[in-house]
Design a binder for this molecule. Structure first.
Ligand code: WT7
Length: 653
């Protein structure tokens, strides 16, 4: 983030008070902060009572092997029972759990009672396929109800799921299947995106060829009806295995620290990290924050989170938190502009959505399309708007509040991470006066600070690194198979203090409110998705024509950041057609990682700016990519390089 943006942010003075009506009936009031501060563990033990435990816990937090914290460790529960069965048992089985909207226009309402039957059938089917507690299952599905059912079926039998976003390549899928040793893969023939059927099964077939002997079966949902290659003995249709299974299934209780899922996320090295979340603490944290931050009234609210279940937001705020709270929610398969640019607003109008959760990149896209699109729909049902994934710039916040929220809905800007599992820094809608661009303050029960390099909390008005100073129940437990990397990445920078290092820069304003300023490591944030510069660089150099590559995240009006790559070609390759090669390299990255990682632009350059010790100076490449005057070059080994690079303007978007 540039200094100019920073000073713009900090001169932002607008504030929006909570609506009086909401404040009067808010689920969580101002006293929660003091109560949680006075008794951190007691506060979370109380929140854990939102769940139904098979065996109650007697110990709240076990910090004896910190940073390998354990929460509620001697309690037992079944996560799927908590998300489904207990609502049926409590008499709300007829309430709609999911209003499913397919992109082509098909719709399906699923009640809690129906969801219970479907999850039970799927659990029986998985058991029949040989999946048992502790096994890993990879899920590679579009945004269809079967994705939710698959996750819950795994949870029900104690299998650990790893959902791989449908936009990831066969290569990325294969490495995840291998890393977590998945016994089963659940996929579909395809899904609908932008008005057409987009295949998924071929990527699974290719992945299994790359890592033979890992997965034993592939369970295939028929969604689009498109042609699929079939492997007898391996492939099984969902409608054969699940539809025919019994809807009776007794959920077994597992310990609170039983692994629930692994979510892979990009780090600063080439290899994605398998972030491990467990059961009791995770469900407590997501259920509490969903209740508090959305002021959820499950009997009257209709909730919609537009994330994909392939990301942590979908796990915590489509599946686990909301279903544990017994919500009615919308699940939409497709893109916001299919078949028309008002699709989301039409869905809000049709289902009278009251609570809406989306990402700044989407809001900025709608701003570009113009307010006349949302103005054509009745969105008076909305009462609260949420944002997640990256800092929301004040203009987008104000547009969201005014155009989508009719100036009556508070906006909650929620900061959290795949690792935190749950929202950490966010306004409380009935308490906090929101400032556009700030995530405001840590939630009750969460302790965060902004500190200097050497671990001193900065005074108000200053910036530094964001740290989390106390453990929280939904925290990651480790990186799958790599405890050392877990300690090194998050707990070593402030080991003396025992703080969690988030990897984000932040600033406290004069009132102590927190403004997030983006990553401080080599991680980019493109449309709210985390991408590693190193991972994309490795993908580029895996192409036979590339000798060396450097990747930077350049600021982008719509996606927050965009991938910009610089490549040096191998010598002795003749007849290079620059444009064709750039296209080929962009596609190569999509094949290696996924379409989301495709560079916005690639510059073929003769040299990269390096220090005398050989370190690529990405800061300078970022200056070029953002069309800025190039900064200090005194540490460069060869200062003439920058003049040559700057002359080569980035390709227009
Ligand atoms: C990184 C985590 C949390 C689910 C989606 C992304 C950035 C996330 C905000 C926000 C400013 C934010 C941070 C964080 N981030 N939310 N409200 N304001 N920055 O999850 O892929 O784990 O990425 O996203 O940089 O570290 P993720």
């Amino acid at each position: 983030m540039t200094d100019e943006t920073l000073s713009n942010l900090l001169t932002e003075t607008r504030t929006f008070e909570p609506p009086a009506e909401l404040a009067a009936h808010a689920n969580v009031k101002a006293d929660a902060y003091a109560a949680a501060a006075a008794d951190h563990e007691g506060f979370w033990a109380e929140q854990a009572q939102r769940l139904t435990w098979a065996e109650p816990f007697t110990q709240i937090l076990d910090d004896s092997s910190a940073p390998f914290y354990r929460w509620f460790a001697d309690g037992t529960l079944n996560v799927a029972y908590n998300c489904v069965d207990r609502h049926v048992a409590a008499g709300t089985g007829d309430q709609v759990a999911i209003h499913f909207v397919g992109e082509p226009g098909d719709r399906r309402d699923i009640t809690y009672a129906q969801l219970k039957d479907e999850v039970s059938r799927a659990a029986n089917a998985l058991t029949d396929l040989g999946v048992t507690a502790g096994d890993r299952v990879a899920i590679y599905l579009p945004m269809i109800p079967e994705a939710v059912v698959s996750m819950l079926a795994c949870a029900r039998i104690g299998a650990t799921h790893t959902v791989v976003f449908g936009g990831f390549s066969a290569e990325a899928l294969a490495s995840r299947i291998e890393d977590c040793n998945a016994k089963l893969v659940i996929t579909a023939d395809g899904g609908y995106r932008r008005g057409s059927a987009s295949a998924l099964k071929p990527a699974v077939d290719a992945a299994l060829e790359k890592v033979p002997g890992v997965a034993q079966h592939v369970l295939v949902v028929r969604r689009t009806g498109q042609e699929v290659a079939w492997h007898d003995g391996v492939d099984v249709w969902w409608h054969d295995a699940v539809d025919g299974a019994s809807a009776d299934h007794t959920p077994e209780a597992f310990t609170a620290e039983h692994p629930l899922f692994v979510m892979y996320s990009s780090g600063t090295t080439g290899k994605p990290k398998g972030i491990l979340h467990t059961s009791g603490g995770y469900l407590t944290g997501t259920a509490y924050t969903h209740h508090a931050v959305f002021d959820l009234k499950p009997e009257s609210d209709v909730y919609w989170c537009t994330a994909d279940v392939g990301w942590i937001t979908g796990h915590s705020y489509i599946v686990y938190g909301p279903l544990a709270n017994g919500v009615t929610q919308v699940l939409y398969e497709g893109t916001p502009d299919s078949p028309h640019k008002g699709r989301w607003w039409e869905i809000i109008q049709d289902y009278k959505v009251t609570l809406f959760y989306t990402a700044p990149t989407a809001i900025r896209t709608f701003m570009k399309w113009g307010r006349s699109v949302p103005d054509g729909y009745d969105m008076s049902s909305l009462r609260l708007l949420g944002s997640v994934g990256e800092p929301i710039n004040p203009e987008a916040y104000v547009w969201y509040r005014s155009v989508v929220g009719g100036d009556r809905c508070p906006v909650v800007d929620t900061w959290w991470q795949t690792e935190t599992g749950m929202m950490m820094i966010s306004p409380l809608p009935g308490v906090t006066a929101g400032k556009p661009g700030s995530a405001m303050t840590p939630l009750p029960g969460v302790d965060a600070d902004v500190v200097s390099e050497d671990g001193v909390p900065v005074p108000n008005g200053s910036g530094g690194y964001l740290v989390l100073t106390k453990p929280w129940p939904a925290m990651l437990r480790t990186l799958l198979g790599d405890d050392d990397r877990f300690v090194e990445t998050y707990w070593s920078k402030y080991a003396d203090q025992g703080w969690y290092f988030a990897g984000d820069g932040a600033k406290k304003d004069d009132d102590g409110a927190i403004w997030l300023l983006g990553r401080v490591d080599d991680v980019m944030n493109v449309s709210g998705h985390r991408l590693s510069t190193t991972e994309i660089e490795s993908a580029l150099v895996s192409h036979p024509r590339v000798a060396e590559a450097a990747v930077v995240g350049a600021s982008d009006e719509t996606t927050g950041q965009a991938v910009v790559a610089y490549v040096i070609l191998r010598e002795g390759i003749d007849g290079v057609d620059g444009d064709a090669l750039v296209q080929e390299l962009r596609n190569h990255v999509a094949t290696e990682i996924g379409a989301i990682a495709k560079p916005r632009s690639i510059m073929i350059v003769p040299e990269l700016p390096k220090t005398r010790s050989g370190k690529i100076m990405r800061r300078l490449l970022k200056d070029v990519a953002e069309n800025r005057t190039v900064g200090d070059t005194t540490t460069l080994a060869d200062r003439s390089i920058m003049a040559a690079l700057s002359a080569q303007a980035p390709r227009p978007v």
